[in-house]
Design a protein around this ligand. Structure first.
Ligand SMILES: *[C@@H]1O[C@H](CO)[C@@H](O)[C@H](O)[C@H]1NC(C)=O
Ligand SMILES: *[C@@H]1O[C@H](CO)[C@@H](O)[C@H](O)[C@H]1NC(C)=O
Ligand SMILES: *[C@@H]1O[C@H](CO)[C@@H](O)[C@H](O)[C@H]1NC(C)=O
Ligand SMILES: *[C@@H]1O[C@H](CO)[C@@H](O)[C@H](O)[C@H]1NC(C)=O
Length: 181
């Protein structure tokens, strides 16, 4: 996980992020993979790769997705962009692939937004973080569905609502879509 978002990253679980692809196999992220923008419409699904010998903390969980590179990695004056923020994720039974799905029963605070790095920008990083949900998160009033998605600060938010350090995370790169010619 990139270190410039001021998050202490010492993961205890493997967060799996999967993008559904119409008419094709879903894409599971490997950390740092670059995807074509048109493969990232989402919304992605989340899960935890469960190792038999490992105890998974009980939920609920919070998932956040941020872009620290808007509008460009060189001058991220709008960063961070909040591409997803949702709570009340709970773990389902482990599937044959060893992944326990994370599903939520309530609307997200910020529903997933597809990456849209502007033409001419280098690829942006999109960072997915999994937190154990805090009591204070449930009644937080800092962010709602109408709050601007730009100028977000995940480390500040996590601290303000007592989320602590993330349990896991991953990231992908997405470059601007090629312009039609
Ligand atoms: C995305 O765009 C590329 C080329 O720009 C194309 O080859 C591919 O089929 C597209 N994928 C989807 C899911 O539309
Ligand atoms: C959150 O709000 C609900 C409803 O007002 C209340 O029952 C609950 O105790 C609050 N939780 C915390 C952690 O403040
Ligand atoms: C949503 O949050 C904004 C601040 O980002 C605040 O001004 C607004 O009153 C909040 N709306 C609701 C319905 O709480
Ligand atoms: C986010 O907030 C932290 C303090 O919690 C601060 O150190 C950092 O510079 C902020 N990052 C951005 C991108 O504003």
């Amino acid at each position: 996980i990139p270190t410039d978002i001021e998050i202490a990253f010492d993961p205890t679980v493997l967060l799996e992020v999967t993008f559904p692809e119409p008419g094709a196999s879903p894409i599971g992220l490997t950390a740092g993979v670059q995807l074509l923008r048109n493969a990232t419409a989402g919304p992605p699904t989340f899960g935890i790769l469960v190792n038999e010998s490992q105890s998974i903390p009980s939920g609920p969980f919070v998932v956040a997705t941020i872009d620290p590179d808007a509008p460009t990695p060189q001058q991220p004056t709008n960063a961070q962009i909040r591409h997803f923020l949702g709570g009340d994720f709970t773990l389902g039974p482990v599937g044959p692939d060893g992944v326990a799905p994370l599903t939520n029963s309530t609307p997200a605070i910020s529903e997933f937004r597809q990456p849209t790095p502007p033409a001419g920008s280098d690829a942006h990083r999109y960072i997915f973080l999994l937190f154990k949900q805090s009591d204070a998160f449930e009644n937080q009033t800092l962010v709602n569905s109408t709050t601007s998605i730009s100028g977000f600060n995940i480390s500040q938010f996590a601290e303000a609502v007592g989320l602590g350090d993330p349990l896991g995370g991953t990231f992908m790169l997405v470059a601007p879509a090629p312009t039609a010619s």
